[in-house]
Design a protein around this ligand. Structure first.
Ligand code: WTA
Length: 656
């Protein structure tokens, strides 16, 4: 793969400054190695120690790991706790007045919530949910804009033991409906509207459309946070209730539901290579431990830090490093409703200056789009509060890394490139900032206790410089527990037979350099990474085929300057192959169709029409060929097994 070569040329190294190292929570290679040795030699006592140190238990556990039903592992399973108690109540003695959240709305209005206030509001909302009869183990969909209320909704579910499933506010009615049905949700928490870039996003209307698609009779309540003055078009009295009405008169304390360590905390849907999205199910204690420990070590959090993670709560990053990590460690964080370029490209830098952000965590795609707008924007702001930068979601190209380091971090701030997944729940591979000399484009070394390796098909470790499959060889507390409603798929996908069901298969390819640093090369399955978001090619294909005009579709990725990867679709229509104005119109129709079926992020950048798709005689679509066509590369592969070689030329022509 060509990416290996280009990456291997990257030899620049950036050790932490002496000052940073001195003050870091984990400082120096010897401390890191000590922790790794402890984890290597005494794996279970290592995790046990962290779980006792970090989590406040209602009833402490006596068992660390139960692997009798592998790969359905259980951690600390006779322990009893409540995650929201760990995020709020236990801070009240010392940090009641500390700011938990600085919220900046799209229009620039700033609202703050202290730990005491957040606690009070979570309790009231939790009492409200209980008054509707929502209880432990029931599923609640959260479809909210970025807001203090979104965090309150998640925390309130955790408080009463309801399992939340947050759906990203950019997803379509169809996506919301599928998740309601799959989870069997009893309630949906939403807002009348969200505000992004000066425009209103009609969230409640999308939820109504989702209900309109049918099979949503499990939902008994829609709770609507009033973000803007507008009134929803539809309102069903026996089902819909305003948030402010629900909390009216509710007590400001609320006894938490005491949960078993293994009781599910949430389900988060993510794309897989085939079929419908997978409901990634996380536990209470193991997940919380992963979020907490990675937050304190990777972000080196200190009492006075102001942390800002730009991820939406609809993604795992927003779960672990907006909702659960920062609050469980009593940190102060910024939450932002809007977009980086509204009202103009000063926004992010202005916010860092205004709120004196010291730790900034964002995605390579955001960095690349900000680079494109020019270095003048960050240069006009006082960014001296920053001391640490982070990235997540996709490999960061060295050029973007260097820009981030120089223009944003002024060469002072370590960059933590954090590799992890919805499934791992928390950061797995990342430079501890007071320890590891970073290299642009590498996520460097696993955290202590993470037994990451790179193996070939037979499970053997590959030598340095050789690409292979990224695996984690031992179960760890924050790992996904199962796929909601589909344990067989869980087993097959993540603990495949080829590795005797022993290794967690991440689905990424990677290689290691001579210093043991990990370099992620991309996915090994048919999953695209568009703007740091995982999209299954099958999902987009199914959406296209669901359109009445479409007979067949194949989707591949193509490198994109800002988004990382762009979606390219090859489509066979039921009618004749269109051209000219008609082709242009059909492309537009299909693009909005995909936006409606899945969401705007899944929209193809490019749609090509053919009378057929390139297939082998056995009927398999030749995806590698399509990838080459999508990239505009010359076709060097053997096409002799093709049914109909003439279609290649058709597919090479952009439709519009
Ligand atoms: C990719 C996001 C390279 C990877 C937390 C992974 C990365 C998928 C990095 C998970 C990184 C995430 N470097 N690639 N630092 N972080 N990825 O579930 O392919 O949305 O498997 O979780 O993103 O995406 P997910």
């Amino acid at each position: 793969m060509p990416t290996i070569d280009s990456i291997l040329k990257e030899t620049r190294q950036f050790p932490p400054s002496e000052d940073f190292r001195q003050h870091a929570t984990i400082s120096g290679m010897n401390s890191y190695k000590g922790l790794c040795e402890q984890a290597d030699n005494q794996y279970l006592p290592y995790w046990e120690g962290l779980a006792r140190e970090l989590i406040t238990w209602k009833k402490p556990f006596t068992r660390v790991l139960d692997d009798s039903n592998a790969p359905f592992f259980k951690w600390f399973d006779d322990g009893v706790l409540n995650v929201s108690y760990n995020c709020l109540d236990r801070h009240l003695a010392k940090h009641a007045d500390k700011t938990a959240i600085i919220f900046e709305a799209d229009d620039g209005t700033v609202t703050r919530a202290s730990y005491a206030e957040l606690h009070r509001r979570v309790c009231q909302f939790a009492n409200g949910l209980r008054s509707l009869g929502i209880a432990k183990g029931q599923r609640v969909i959260i479809y909210m804009p970025m807001s203090i209320e979104a965090v309150i909704a998640m925390q309130a579910c955790a408080r009463i033991g309801a399992i939340h499933s947050v759906v990203f506010g950019g997803f379509s009615a169809k996506s919301v409906q599928e998740r309601i049905v799959d989870a069997g949700a009893v309630a949906v928490i939403t807002a009348n509207e969200g505000m992004r870039g000066g425009k209103a996003v009609p969230l409640k209307a999308v939820v109504d459309d989702a209900y309109g698609l049918g099979n949503c009779s499990s939902v008994k309540h829609t709770i609507v946070y009033q973000r803007t003055p507008s009134t929803p078009n539809q309102w069903q009295e026996d089902r819909d209730i305003w948030w402010h009405k629900l909390v009216e008169g509710q007590a400001d304390s609320c006894e938490p539901e005491w949960m078993g360590a293994e009781d599910p905390l949430f389900i988060l849907y993510t794309s897989g290579s085939t079929g419908k999205p997978k409901g990634i199910q996380h536990s209470s204690a193991g997940y919380l431990l992963g979020a907490m420990n990675s937050f304190r070590w990777v972000f080196d959090i200190k009492p006075n830090d102001v942390f800002w993670c730009t991820a939406d709560v609809g993604w795992i990053t927003g779960h672990s490093y907006v909702c659960y990590g920062p609050l469980s460690m009593a940190a102060t964080q910024v939450i932002f409703e809007g977009v980086p370029t509204y009202p103009d490209a000063h926004r992010f830098w202005q916010m860092i200056e205004r709120h004196k952000v010291s730790i900034f965590y964002t995605a390579p795609t955001a960095i690349r789009s900000l680079i494109k707008l020019g270095s003048d924007f960050p240069r006009q702001h006082d960014l001296s509060s920053l001391r640490l930068l982070g990235t997540v979601g996709e490999p960061i190209n060295p050029e973007a890394w260097i820009w981030y380091h120089e223009v944003v971090g002024k060469g002072r701030c370590p960059i933590v490139d954090t590799w992890w997944q919805t499934e791992t729940g928390s950061i797995m591979i990342a430079p501890l900032p007071g320890v590891v000399a970073t290299k642009p484009g590498s996520c460097t070394l696993p955290l202590p206790g993470v037994m990451a390796d790179i193996v070939d098909e037979s499970g053997e470790t590959v030598e340095p410089g050789k690409g292979g499959m990224l695996v984690i060889k031992k179960p760890f507390p924050s790992l996904v527990r199962t796929i909601w409603g589909d344990p067989e798929r869980f087993k097959k996908t993540y603990f495949p037979e080829e590795f005797k069901g022993q290794y967690y298969l991440a689905g990424d390819s990677a290689h290691r350099d001579e210093h043991g640093y990990f370099w992620i090369m991309g996915r090994i399955d048919d999953v695209l990474n568009v703007s740091g978001h995982r999209l299954g090619t099958m999902e987009i294909e199914s959406a296209l085929v669901a359109n009445s005009m479409v007979a067949e579709a194949a989707v591949v990725g193509r490198p994109h300057e800002i988004k990382g990867e762009a979606v390219v679709a090859f489509v066979v229509l039921k009618g004749p192959r269109p051209d000219g104005e008609e082709a242009r119109k059909t492309v537009e129709q299909l693009k909005s169709w995909v936006a409606q079926e899945i969401g705007k992020i899944a929209q193809p950048d490019d749609i090509r029409f053919g009378d057929n798709l390139p297939k082998t005689r056995s009927g398999k679509i030749m995806r590698r060929l399509l990838r080459a066509i999508a990239r505009g590369e010359e076709i060097t592969q053997d096409t002799s097994t093709l049914e109909n070689p003439a279609i290649l030329q058709q597919l090479q022509e952009p439709a519009a």
